[in-house]
Write a protein that binds this ligand. Structure first.
Ligand code: DGT
Ligand code: CA
Ligand code: CA
Ligand code: ZN
Length: 618
C-alpha cells in the first residue's frame, strides 16, 4: 500500500530499461549496502556526502521501489546512480550551481531526493521505503533468477528475508511450493546461491597480492599510464580481500580501460567505461579499475584506500577546519579553492597530520597519533633479514634444505632457520632423534659451501598437553632455535590451555611459540586461552611470539601484535614455508607487523645474524 502510494506520487522519467541481468549486476556494483545508512546515522551534513554515497542511496531506493512492485521508476534510479558514480565532479558542486537536473537520468523526483539528502543528511522518503521490507531482502536481488517480484513472493509466502533463508528453503524443498516457482526454478536458484556465495567469499591476501601486483605493474608500465597504484583493502594489506581496487592516472582513459579489459588474466568483463571498469579473474575475484585525472590522483588514492571508517574521521577533521574532503580533493567549503588533491601526502599534511601508512588506516587511533607525532616508525618491508620457520623434505616440505636456502638467498634473506617437525606428529613425518642429528650435519656442510646466507638448525616441536616439547632436552640443547607449537588438543578449556602455553613459554629451550592462537583464517577459530596472561608471560620470559606469515594463518594477527607489543613482548616472523614458492610470505609477515603498529625493534629477525643469535641465547 505505502510503497504503491509512494510510487504513484513519483513521476517516472522515460529512461531506457536495464536490459539484461548483466546490466542489472553492474548496477548492483554500485550498491554500498549499509554504507548509506551508516552515513545517515552519523548525522552527516552536506559537505560529507560523496558521489559514491549518493549513488548508493539511489540504488537502494531503486531496489526498494522494485521490491514494492514499481515498474519503471526503479530503473530510473539505478541509471541515475550509475551516472552519478561516474561523474567527474563532486555532486555537491553541481548542487550548488542548481544544476542537478543536468546529470543524465536525474529528473524532478530524483533531483528532489538528492537535494534533501545533501541538505539534511537524511531522506525521510528512503526511511519510509526501508520500513516496507526487512533489511536482507535486497540481498535476494543479487541472486540470478530472482527479480523484485519473485523476491517479494518469497518474502510474503515463505518469510524469506535473505540469502541464508533462501538456502534453507531450497534445502527443505519449499521454494517449489510457491506459486510461479517449480522444481526447475528451485534447482536454478540452488545454483545461483552457490555463485552468490562464491562472490561474497573474501579471499586471502597472500593468494591475491601477487596477482594484484602483477596487474598493477602491467598498468604502471603502459605508455598511456602516468601513475598506477593499488588501493582499497589490498593496499592496506588487510588479511582478507573482498575485491581488488586499482587506480590509474592517465589522459587517455579509453586506451587504458581497453587495455585493462583485455588483460589475459580476465575471465570476463563486468563493466567497461572510461572512468571505471571491472574485470573478473579466476576464483571470481573482481578487480575494479578507476581512471583519475592526474591532478586528482592523490585525493582519489586517499579516498579509495579507505578504510571507510578512517575516511569518515578524516572528513570530520576537514570539516572542523572549514574544508571538505572527498575523492576529488581537500577543498574550501564554498567556492572552488583546492587545498590539496594531487598528492596523498599533501592531504594529510594540510590536515596537520603526519603521513599515515595505509596499513594503519583503520580508525583505531592512527589519526590522533599522527596529530601528536606519536605515529610509530613502522618496521619496513625490507627489514626482516631472516626467516625463522620453514620445512623441508626432512618432514613435510617439498624441497631440500639447499633448494630452500638458495631461493631465500635470492630473495634477500640473510639467514634462515630450518624448523622441520618433530616426531610426535606422525601425519607430517616428523624427524627422529637420528634424523635430527643427520640434518645438523647436512646444514653444517651446506654452510661451508653456500655464500651470502646462513642456515640455522632449528625444529618445530609439538607442545604436548602439559606444555612440554616432544623432543628430549639432549636434542634440543644442540639446536640453534626451537619453536614450540600446539598442533593437537585444541579443545582444552581456557584455563588449562593458558597453563599449557605458559609452561611452554617458560621451558628453557623453547625460543618461540609458533602460530600462537592456532587460528586458520575463514576456517578455524583460535583455541581458547587468556591472551593477556600469555603475552605478559612471553614478555617476561623473553620468549618470542611468532607472526606466522602463512597466508591462511597470519598468526599472531595484526590486532594481537599490537596487544603483545603493549605487554612488551617481542615477535619473530616465520613463513612456515613448505615450498620454495612460499618464502616470499615474509612480506606478509611484515604487513601484519605494520598493521599491528610494530617497529623494527619489536621484530627479532630485523636483527643481523649475530644480534639475532645473541638475542636468542639471552
Ligand atoms: P574489501 O574490498 O571489502 O576488502 O574492502 P575495501 O576497503 O577495499 O572496500 P571497497 O572495495 O568496497 O572500497 C574501497 C575503498 O573505497 C574503501 O576502503 C573506502 C572507499 N569507499 C567506498 N565506498 C565508500 C563510501 O560509501 N564512503 C566512504 N567514505 N568511503 C568509501
Ligand atoms: Ca576492495
Ligand atoms: Ca572495490
Ligand atoms: Zn610449521
Amino acid at each position: 500500500m505505502l510503497a504503491k502510494a509512494i510510487v504513484s506520487a513519483l513521476t517516472s522519467p522515460s529512461m531506457p530499461f536495464i536490459r539484461s541481468y548483466a546490466e542489472m549486476e553492474v548496477s548492483f556494483q554500485y550498491r554500498i549496502k549499509k554504507d548509506t545508512r551508516d552515513i545517515l546515522e552519523a548525522g552527516m551534513t552536506r559537505q560529507e556526502v560523496t558521489n559514491t554515497e549518493i549513488a548508493g542511496m539511489l540504488t537502494e531506493i531503486g531496489d526498494l521501489l522494485a521490491l514494492g512492485g514499481a515498474a519503471f521508476t526503479p530503473r530510473a534510479y539505478l541509471r541515475a546512480a550509475q551516472a552519478i558514480e561516474t561523474l567527474d565532479e563532486d555532486i555537491t558542486a553541481i548542487y550548488d550551481r542548481g544544476e542537478l537536473k543536468t546529470i543524465p537520468g536525474v529528473g524532478t523526483a530524483i533531483s528532489a531526493n538528492i537535494q534533501t539528502f545533501i541538505e539534511e543528511g537524511s531522506l525521510p522518503y528512503l526511511e519510509l521505503l526501508r520500513k516496507e521490507f526487512p533489511d536482507g531482502l535486497r540481498e535476494l536481488l543479487e541472486i540470478e533468477g530472482i527479480g523484485p517480484k519473485k523476491a517479494r513472493l518469497l518474502f510474503t509466502d515463505l518469510g524469506i528475508t535473505g540469502v541464508k533463508d533462501l538456502e534453507t528453503a531450497v534445502k527443505e524443498k519449499r521454494i517449489r511450493t510457491v506459486q510461479g516457482f517449480g522444481v526447475k526454478s528451485e534447482e536454478k536458484i540452488a545454483k545461483s546461491i552457490l555463485v552468490w556465495k562464491e562472490r561474497h567469499t573474501r579471499l586471502l591476501l597472500g593468494v591475491i597480492l601477487p596477482e594484484a601486483k602483477a596487474i598493477d605493474e602491467k598498468l604502471r608500465i603502459h605508455p598511456a599510464v602516468q601513475q598506477a597504484c593499488l588501493a582499497g583493502s589490498i593496499r592496506r594489506r588487510k588479511e582478507t580481500i573482498g575485491d581488488v581496487d586499482i587506480l590509474v592516472a592517465t589522459d587517455d582513459p579509453e586506451t587504458v580501460s581497453a587495455f585493462f579489459c583485455s588483460l589475459p588474466e580476465r575471465e570476463r568483463v563486468l563493466m567497461e567505461g572510461p572512468k571505471r571498469s571491472t574485470i573478473v579473474l579466476a576464483e571470481n575475484l573482481h578487480v575494479d579499475l578507476r581512471v583519475i585525472p592526474e591532478n586528482q590522483f592523490g585525493a582519489a588514492l586517499q579516498y579509495f584506500t579507505g578504510s571507510k571508517a578512517h575516511n569518515i574521521s578524516l572528513r570530520q577533521r576537514a570539516i572542523t577546519r572549514g574544508w571538505k574532503l572527498n575523492e576529488y580533493g581537500l577543498m574550501a567549503r564554498e567556492g572552488d579553492e583546492v587545498i590539496a588533491s594531487e598528492r596523498e601526502e599533501d592531504i594529510y599534511e594540510a590536515l596537520g597530520l603526519a603521513f599515515i601508512p595505509p596499513e594503519l588506516r583503520e580508525n583505531t587511533g592512527e589519526i590522533a597519533a599522527a596529530e601528536d607525532g606519536r605515529l610509530t616508525d613502522l618496521i619496513g618491508y625490507g627489514e626482516a633479514k631472516g626467516d625463522l620457520h620453514m620445512h623441508t623434505q626432512w618432514s613435510d616440505g617439498a624441497h631440500t634444505i639447499r633448494e630452500m636456502a638458495t631461493m631465500a638467498q635470492a630473495q634477500g634473506c640473510e639467514y634462515i632457520v630450518i624448523t622441520d617437525h618433530s616426531a610426535g606428529l606422525p601425519i607430517v613425518h616428523g624427524m627422529s632423534d637420528e634424523d635430527i642429528r643427520k640434518q645438523g650435519k647436512e646444514i653444517a656442510d651446506l654452510n661451508k659451501e653456500l655464500e651470502d646466507i646462513t642456515i640455522l638448525h632449528g625444529i618445530e616441536a609439538n607442545i604436548d598437553r602439559e606444555g612440554n616439547p616432544d623432543v628430549t632436552r639432549e636434542v634440543l640443547r644442540d639446536l640453534d632455535f626451537v619453536i614450540g607449537s600446539i598442533h593437537s588438543g585444541f579443545a582444552m578449556p581456557e584455563k588449562e590451555m593458558t597453563e599449557r602455553m605458559i609452561t611452554a613459554i617458560h621451558h628453557d629451550y623453547v625460543d618461540m611459540i609458533g602460530h600462537p592462537t592456532g587460528r586458520c583464517i575463514l576456517t578455524r577459530e583460535s583455541y581458547q586461552f587468556d591472551v593477556d596472561v600469555v603475552f605478559e608471560a612471553a614478555a617476561k620470559a623473553h620468549t618470542l611470539l611468532e607472526i606466522n606469515a602463512y597466508p591462511a594463518r597470519l598468526d599472531l594477527s595484526d590486532i594481537l601484535c599490537r596487544k603483545a607489543k603493549a605487554w612488551g613482548a617481542t615477535m619473530g616472523i616465520g613463513t612456515d614455508s613448505h615450498h620454495k614458492d612460499h618464502l616470499w610470505y615474509r612480506e606478509l609477515g611484515v604487513a601484519v607487523a605494520r598493521r599491528g603498529w610494530l617497529e623494527k625493534e619489536d621484530v627479532v629477525n630485523t636483527r643481523s645474524l649475530a644480534e639475532f643469535r645473541t638475542w636468542v641465547e639471552k
